[in-house]
Design a binder for this molecule. Structure first.
Ligand SMILES: [Zn+2]
Length: 195
């Protein structure tokens, strides 16, 4: 994470008595929070391969879950108003320390004024965070591919990009001719420009 942010996160780990784990990459999520259960205390894990800003935003997101759980346990929704208030409050010290570049800060402020389900579901926040990832030579997002481009997933399945339907892109799996909807920011590998 940005070095200026680390001392405060360290204090939170101590203060909340949280087991903080840096995890392998999970495509389905950036991080997660588990409340005390079966003799174990608070547990937070964050993926190891996030860039420093995405790592910090995810960490604060999960600590906001912890704090909300301490206050309300299971009585409130995971990303309800109580969580949103805590997330907002807990981001403030990092704004005061100026740890974020201007574009990331702006995207976070916009997200805070209307936070959705997670850092993953706000496409603008996600795009501005992803800009700071180390470039991956073969990876490209579906929205950046030309129309009718053929691309492949990590598991080897091959698709052709079709038109955009609302937010997502219609894509056809070549082997089965079945239609799938892809998030614009899904990471794929380009096979060829058009078929
Ligand atoms: Zn969450």
């Amino acid at each position: 994470m940005p070095p200026d942010a680390a001392p405060l996160i360290g204090r939170w780990i101590d203060h909340f008595k949280c087991e903080f784990k840096i995890s392998r990459n999970r495509n389905s999520k950036f991080g997660d929070y588990r409340p005390p259960f079966g003799g174990k205390g608070h547990r937070i894990s964050v993926n190891y391969d996030l860039n420093v800003y995405a790592f910090l935003v995810t960490t604060v997101h999960e600590f906001a879950h912890l704090h909300t759980w301490n206050q309300h346990q299971h009585k409130v929704k995971p990303h309800g108003t109580e969580w949103k208030e805590n997330f907002k409050k807990m981001m403030q010290p990092f704004f005061e320390k100026d740890v974020f570049p201007a574009d990331v800060k702006q995207a976070i402020v916009a997200y805070l004024s209307n936070p959705g389900a997670s850092s993953c579901t706000d496409l603008n926040l996600y795009r501005s965070l992803r800009k700071y990832d180390a470039p991956k030579p073969d990876a490209v997002t579906v929205e950046k591919l030309p129309f009718k481009a053929v691309f492949k997933l990590k598991d080897g399945r091959v698709f052709r990009k079709e038109e955009q339907l609302r937010k997502r892109f219609k894509c056809i799996e070549l082997a089965t001719r079945r239609v799938y909807l892809f998030s614009p920011v899904a990471e794929v590998e380009l096979v060829r420009e058009a078929s």
